[in-house]
Design a binder for this molecule. Structure first.
Ligand code: FAD
Ligand code: EPU
Length: 336
């Protein structure tokens, strides 16, 4: 474990924002993490995974703790399930592929989401009708003040749409070290969402497997979302907001094409990308900060945008959507 000084964070965030961290340290287990904390007292901390859901708006005057906890382990199994524990520093997509190769079913709809395993419960990552909470079993996390490891069950995590206790109530207090998933031995596929069925048909798939669903999801994602290796971004910048049924009906009168889906509690989740597009932002570019031309929910860095430029653009969009639709957007990306 080595604490480095004045390190550029550009390679460590998918927006490609060039800011510096005063201190920077990679740790591969709880002991190294504890040592890094002991060696940097009274210092602000930023836990970093793959940097794919973070926007740095200024230099970070504290210590960036880069999670490199590795390892994947089958910890137990019964006739229905396998329980697989993965280090927080494992790459998410590689982990999904690892499980699919072994015919452990469940995570295929979450293929190709950037970032690491450790951040997956942070915002309960979701895509194509599945969320991490659906296959989550437990996690171990290091309490930064008490310097002890705690185990969190699914109920302890307070999972919601792009939410968990780690993103709100317990923000900044715990470092997730590993996550255990409970995956199916007998598959139960979910292909009902969005374009999955259509893509499977185009692929000519007859016998359905988790691997084929994974490929379909990968194809759809590649056709829609910008690759951070080419254009800096952090996926959806805002969450899809929910409104009451009455509000949705009122919106439909003025905007018959408004897109919304019913939540379990009867409220309606609106497509933020559609609202942003209706405000005219899709494809907008100012300097190197922009709103993606194929997916208005994704803000992008064409090269040299600063985090502040992207944040300021997000603020303009947020206010514009509020004014036009009377709907408050909430940022999904973590702002530092
Ligand atoms: P980081 O960006 O490094 O961190 C995110 C937050 O979690 C930060 O607040 C950080 O401090 C905290 N954190 C990270 N690791 C730990 C840890 N071990 N312990 C405690 N706190 C930690 N997300 C979706 O849900 N669905 C999608 O479909 C999706 N698509 C995307 C597509 C693209 C092209 C991109 C760039 C992003 C997309 N995302 C999506 C967002 C992102 O991939 C996920 O949120 C991912 O889980 C972030 O992982 P990360 O390791 O990069 O986290
Ligand atoms: N839409 C537009 N214009 C746009 C973008 C979208 O009209 O510019 C419309 C689409 O036509 C569609 C609807 O909005 O009818 C929803 O769009 P899409 O299917 O692309 O999904 P999304 O709601 O924009 C969400 C997640 C993604 C996730 C996909 C697939 C959020 C905030 N985003 O996007 O997650 O991959 O669904 O499940 O919930 C992320 O969190 O970073 C992320 C990429």
């Amino acid at each position: 474990m080595q604490i480095l000084q004045d390190i550029s964070l550009k390679p460590f965030n998918t927006f490609g924002i060039d800011v510096a961290a005063k201190l920077f340290c990679k740790y591969k287990d709880a002991d190294e993490l504890a040592e890094a904390i002991a060696n940097s007292p009274n210092t602000e901390r930023c836990i970093l995974g793959g940097g794919s859901n973070i926007l740095f708006t200024k230099n970070f005057d504290g210590i960036v703790l880069k999670n490199e906890v590795k390892g994947v382990e089958l910890i137990k199994e019964d006739h229905q399930y396998v329980y697989v524990k993965a280090g927080a520093g494992e790459n998410w997509h590689q982990f999904v592929l690892y499980t699919l190769q072994r015919n452990w079913q469940g995570l295929e709809n979450l293929s190709l989401i950037p970032g690491n395993v450790g951040a997956s419960p942070m915002q309960n990552i979701g895509a194509y009708g599945i969320e991490v909470k659906d296959f989550f079993y437990e996690l171990e996390a290091f309490h930064l003040e008490e310097k002890k490891i705690f185990t969190f069950s699914v109920n302890d995590c307070g999972f919601g749409y792009r939410e968990s206790v780690f993103k709100n109530k317990l923000k900044g207090r715990f470092v997730i070290l590993n996550v255990t998933f409970r995956l199916n031995k007998v598959p139960k596929f979910n292909t009902s969402y969005g374009a999955i069925e259509e893509e499977l048909q185009q692929m000519g798939v007859t016998g359905l497997t988790a691997q084929k669903i994974s490929l379909a999801v990968i194809n759809i994602r590649r056709s829609k979302l910008p690759d951070p290796a080419t254009i800096g971004n952090a996926g959806s910048f805002f969450k899809n907001p929910s409104v009451s049924f009455e509000k949705f009906e009122a919106m439909k009168k003025s905007y018959p094409a408004v897109i919304g889906h019913k939540n379990a509690d009867g409220t309606i989740k609106l497509a933020a990308g559609w609202m942003i597009e209706q405000c005219g932002w899709k494809g907008f570019r100012r300097g190197d900060a922009g709103c993606h031309s194929q997916q208005a929910l994704v803000l992008v860095n064409y090269g040299k945008a600063t985090g502040k430029e992207i944040y300021d653009l997000s603020e303009e969009i947020l206010q514009n959507v509020q004014k036009k639709f009377g709907v408050a957007l909430e940022r999904e990306v973590n702002i530092i």
